[in-house]
Design a protein around this ligand. Structure first.
Ligand SMILES: [Ca+2]
Ligand SMILES: [Ca+2]
Length: 445
């Protein structure tokens, strides 16, 4: 995307940096020259997205995402483009960095292998946790203690028996208010954080604090990260979260059809940071052309928040068929592909020597889903799913474990340790030629 305002912003900052009179004059002269040179395009439309842009059909042309030069976001809705320019762009032009259309985002389609394994069923074999050597971490007491992990997804079933104690509850929205009403439902922003009744995360699809998961995707991801257990060894029959003392922050932006809006994803990530999340699980993406998503993940890097993205399930080389956010390659990003139980890269997983950092277990992963009302039809609260959506939370859980393992460990150190300690296999097509190994990662801290 063209960035006509960047040159202007750069010249403004150079004016501030150089204090010598000559330099200042030269810089000012250059600025004037640049502005004059840009003049034919420097009308209000210059910050607008091309009206023909449809981003592979994902663009929502009545909705706009505005990024301001001061780093803030604005979200606007106006079906008439000319009206939008007159009413919003002209009065705010001087402070706008860029504007783009809102877009539809999808959770990566996962394959449902089997529905309804029951507790105690040997089909719940936790092969993924075993493959990444999670036992070593549990035995060492490194269990993600206190690390808040945001599952920015389709919501989470916060009543699931293996998740209800694993949620990053907001105590400022719990208990009773001065009128004796339940703070979780009193329609009051009791803790003054800008969100009403957000006792268990926030639902940006319906703009309320009521957390639910119609499709099971976010609940499945959450179980892989932090399903409750106290074991130090791999057992069968129930799910064992990789980081069972991490806290899940549910942030819902994908609705009942697994679709969501980019604007809601941006708001969801802002919310996650505000609530103290150190790691974001992003098991979603698509073709898209979202400058704002790239900007947001770049901002997260500056805020020391790790953004972990699923590589996608097209079985493609991301170098040739990029999907986003998987292919952004930002400083504090990890992009995760998938291996099967054989430990070989599975056919559906996207790959790239430059953009996919390592692989993690993604095939036939049993994890938690809502017991009632899940589209997948589970009546037991467990389901087996396959996809890079499942590989991503293994990496997220591992990062939480490493972050909690030693005082003073930074998220940058955690990311480097995970990258440097993969188990390698010559057949893997990714940056490290490797797959996730928590035990080795811990040893490298
Ligand atoms: Ca609140
Ligand atoms: Ca409240």
């Amino acid at each position: 995307m063209q960035d006509p305002k960047k040159a202007q912003a750069d010249s403004i900052s150079s004016k501030i940096i150089y204090s010598g009179t000559t330099l200042l004059l030269v810089t000012l002269a250059m600025s004037v020259a640049m502005l004059t040179a840009c003049a034919p395009q420097n009308n209000y439309s210059s910050v607008m997205p091309d009206s023909t842009q449809n981003c592979g059909g994902a663009a929502v042309q009545a909705k706009y995402i505005v990024h301001n030069l001061d780093g803030t976001w604005d979200f606007q809705e106006e079906p008439d483009r000319t009206k939008f320019i007159d009413k919003y762009v002209k009065p705010n032009f001087e402070k706008i960095h860029f504007i783009e259309y809102d877009q539809r985002i999808s959770a990566f389609q996962v394959h449902i292998d089997s529905t309804g394994p029951t507790q105690g069923d040997p089909a719940i074999n936790n092969w993924g946790a075993a493959a990444i050597n999670a036992e070593a971490a549990w035995a060492a007491g490194a269990r993600g203690n206190g690390v808040i992990v945001a599952v920015v997804d389709s919501g989470v079933d916060i009543t699931h028996p293996q998740l209800k104690n694993q949620i990053a509850y907001n105590t400022g929205e719990m208990g009773t208010d001065s009128s004796g009403r339940d703070k979780t439902t009193n329609q009051v922003d009791d803790d003054g954080n800008g969100f009403v009744d957000d006792y268990a995360g926030y639902n940006f699809v319906e703009n309320n604090g009521i957390m639910h998961d119609d499709v099971g995707h976010g609940t499945h991801v959450s179980g892989i990260i932090a399903a409750e257990h106290t074991d130090t060894t791999i057992k069968t029959g129930y799910v064992q979260g990789v980081a069972p003392q991490a806290k899940i922050l549910p942030v819902r932006f994908l609705g009942s059809t697994n679709g969501g809006l980019l604007s809601d994803a941006l708001k969801a990530m802002d919310y996650a940071v505000m609530r103290g999340a150190k790691i974001i699980n992003a098991s979603w993406g698509g073709p898209g052309c979202a400058t704002s998503l790239q900007q947001k993940i770049s901002d997260l890097s500056n805020q020391n928040v790790l953004f972990v993205a699923a590589a996608g399930n097209s079985g493609a080389n991301l170098d040739l068929s990029p999907e986003y956010p998987a292919a952004y390659s930002l400083p504090l990003q990890l992009t995760i592909g998938a291996i099967a139980n054989s430990l070989f890269q599975d056919y559906y997983s996207n790959y790239s020597k430059h953009l996919v950092h390592f692989f993690a277990p993604g095939t036939a992963i049993v994890s938690t889903v809502p017991t009632k009302g899940a589209a997948e039809g589970s009546t037991t609260g467990y389901i087996s799913m396959t996809g890079t959506s499942m590989a991503t939370p293994f990496a997220v859980g591992a990062a939480a474990v490493l972050l909690s393992a030693k005082a003073g460990v930074t998220i940058q150190t955690v990311r480097s340790a995970l990258l440097q300690t993969v188990d390698q296999n010559a057949t893997y097509v990714n940056v490290t030629q490797g797959r996730l190994d928590i035990a080795r990662g811990l040893n490298a801290l």
